[in-house]
Design a protein around this ligand. Structure first.
Ligand SMILES: [Fe+2]
Length: 300
């Protein structure tokens, strides 16, 4: 197994060659886990896998989340239940292998991934790690960008700030996918979904249990800080989200079919770069490792 680091100075973004996730030794698995926790993002090349392979590999990291996607799929998509619930399918192709119209609810929902976010921060217990497998990629576009929110925290006070890290360290925010999608793609959810997905509390700064280093935990699902004036807190969250993008390198990833990318949602933000959904097919399958508890209950 060979590990290469793209941004050594930030300990950010690794590529691993020479492994097959279907037949890993214990030590190889441990090396991959350590790489994700150390470098935030890990690209593993050339993995010819199906959903069962992906789920077995992913379960090594912990319990998997069940996809919320079932609540947003088009009726014909829902009719075919041949996909396992641990798989979030991010795609403009339905399970009958037909391309969905670009204005299909599912396609619009997936377009919301093109805004910087951390996966499932809108769930009470947010995810630890996402594992995304490229099954079919468009000829143009359809990439994923990653950015290091730990580096942003480490450099926050390089500029004059109204609030220091010590002012912010105990802040608790509220996150919501209804809030973020409304801002980014419009009001696409029905009343039941909105009722089922209320605001959840998350720390603004989280300590990583492996590296013991803090990172901002914000992104587009982050709405406001509890107990603060709404405008003041939204201005600050915007300042933080802007700084995350400004302060570090944006790691741009152009997918190849068969690649598997793992990222640590406790440290990095990511976004899709978008593609022409009316022209190209894109099929990505994600497994998501669930967290252990709501972030606001974590001990620093
Ligand atoms: Fe995502």
């Amino acid at each position: 197994m060979e590990i290469n680091i793209r941004y050594l100075e930030q300990e950010f973004f690794a590529t691993i060659d020479g492994v097959d996730i279907k037949s890993l030794s214990k030590s190889e698995f441990f090396e991959i886990k350590k790489a994700v926790e150390t470098y935030g993002v890990v690209v593993i090349n050339s993995q010819n896998i199906n959903d069962d392979d992906q789920i077995s590999f992913s379960e090594g990291f912990g319990k998997l989340e069940i996809s919320i996607g079932t609540q947003t799929k088009a009726p014909d998509y829902q009719a075919d239940n041949s996909i396992r619930p641990e798989i979030s399918r991010i795609s403009n192709v339905d399970l009958n292998n037909k391309m969905l119209p670009f204005d299909d609810k599912k396609v619009i929902f997936d377009r919301g991934n093109n805004y910087w976010h951390t996966d499932s921060s809108f769930k009470e217990t947010p995810s630890k790690i996402s594992i995304l497998s490229a099954r079919e990629v468009p000829e143009e576009g359809g990439g994923t960008d990653f950015i290091d929110a730990r580096h942003a925290l480490e450099t926050w006070e390089n500029k004059p700030r109204k609030y220091s890290i010590s002012d912010l360290k105990d802040c608790i925010c509220e996150h919501s996918i209804v809030y973020s999608r409304k801002n980014n793609t419009g009001d696409i959810f029905d009343d039941k979904f909105k009722k089922d997905m209320p605001f959840v509390k998350q720390k603004l700064i989280r300590f990583h249990p492996f590296t013991k280093k803090p990172a901002f935990y914000a992104g587009s699902h982050c709405s406001h800080i509890i107990g603060w004036d709404l405008k003041e807190s939204r201005d600050l969250i915007k300042e933080i989200n802007d700084w995350i993008l400004e302060s570090g390198k944006i790691a741009k990833h152009k997918w190849r079919t068969g690649e598997l990318v793992l990222w640590d949602n406790r440290r990095v933000l990511h976004r899709g770069t978008g593609y022409d959904e009316s022209k190209y097919r894109r099929i990505m399958h994600r497994t998501t490792v669930a967290g252990d508890m709501p972030s606001y209950k974590e001990k620093p």
